[in-house]
Ligand binder design. Structure first.
Ligand SMILES: [Zn+2]
Length: 334
């Protein structure tokens, strides 16, 4: 993959903010706090709020770079983050797709306690796939997908976490990174010569050009397809190669919270996703929480890269399992 850097700008915007919320009931947030073994207050993840943020992204339509829904959703996500922190970075650049198209992309980053070196990051991709290459209908396969699960679900979880980090200060620093152009990779049925590194273009850019030049974090956690009903998250190959201790930590916390039906103690093969490039370019140990399904030929849920990847698949129960696990990881971290 050749990155063609036409222009690059990092804009840090400082605005007044208050910890507002979406149009769902978040009034009970305070009384719902949960106390861990170590007497740490962990905020309760609100799955209604997360669902709202998933639905809102999907309502713009397919978020494919260079399209109107993509621009509109970028603005929405930037503004959502700005409600919850004054430290929002929109990292705009242009990258080259496998077919030569110049893609205008934006990584959107919210930082909490940016002055603290002891920090972790959570990330997800916010774009959706420009084609539905797994769709059985050849005509429909040419059209971009809504990506309710593949894209919007992870981002919905992260925006809800931003809302809670605004109201509840963590001990450590936290960055929430929304990567662009993860899903613009070269289709297998493409007639062009197969090129390497055509996926995760936004993450590749960030790994080479982090939003702070001396940026570092203890570790990172990527979310991808974390919203489907009865999702199963297996211990993914690259995560186990680069950050096995983080996988164990996250899976242990999930199981302690009662989410062992989602976080399965089984390993699976390696998946090329945003975390691969953070691990190999930037060197920050980063894991991927990704829905793996060994009953399908692709290894992914049957709606993957089809037009069935819509809100019908999104389960608040799954969003809660993932979101609460991440909040416990953040608040238990020393
Ligand atoms: Zn995808």
């Amino acid at each position: 993959m050749k990155l063609i850097k036409v222009y690059s700008s990092v804009i840090v915007l400082t605005l007044l903010f208050s910890c507002g919320g979406p149009k769902v009931n978040t009034e009970n947030d305070k009384t719902q706090k949960q106390i861990t073994n170590e007497n740490i207050n962990v905020p309760q993840f609100n799955e209604d709020s997360a669902y709202y943020y998933v639905d809102k992204q999907v309502s713009f339509g397919p978020r494919v770079p260079n399209s109107k829904p993509h621009n509109e959703c970028a603005l929405f996500l930037e503004q959502a983050f700005k409600k919850y922190t004054k430290n929002v970075t929109v990292q705009k650049t242009r990258v080259r797709a496998y077919d030569g198209t110049a893609l205008n992309v934006a990584n959107i980053i919210a930082s909490f306690k940016p002055e603290i070196r002891n920090r972790i990051f959570l990330c997800a991709h916010w774009d959706s796939r420009p084609v539905a290459d797994n769709d059985p209908d050849p005509e429909m396969a040419k059209k971009p997908i809504l990506g309710a699960n593949d894209g919007a679900s992870g981002v919905g979880v992260l925006v809800e976490i931003a809302r809670l980090l605004c109201k509840n200060e963590p001990k450590i620093g936290v960055d929430l990174i929304l990567f662009d152009a993860e899903d613009y990779g070269q289709p297998q049925n493409s007639t062009l010569p197969q090129k390497p590194d055509t996926w995760a273009l936004g993450a590749q850019y960030w790994a080479k050009n982090p939003h702070n030049p001396d940026y570092t974090a203890k570790y990172g956690i990527l979310l991808d397809m974390v919203g489907a009903k009865d999702a199963t998250f297996l211990k993914e190959g690259y995560s186990m190669k680069f950050a096995p201790d983080i996988v164990e930590k996250v899976w242990n916390i999930a199981q302690k919270l009662g989410y062992a039906n989602f976080f399965i103690n089984k390993e699976t093969s390696s998946i090329t996703d945003d975390h691969y490039y953070v691990n190999t370019i930037n060197g920050i140990p980063t894991i991927d929480i990704i829905h793996y399904d060994n009953t399908t030929s692709s290894g992914f849920p049957s709606h993957w890269h089809t037009h069935n990847d819509n809100m019908d698949n999104i389960s608040k129960v799954t969003l809660k399992a993932v979101g609460q696990t991440l909040l416990n990881v953040v608040f238990e971290e020393k």
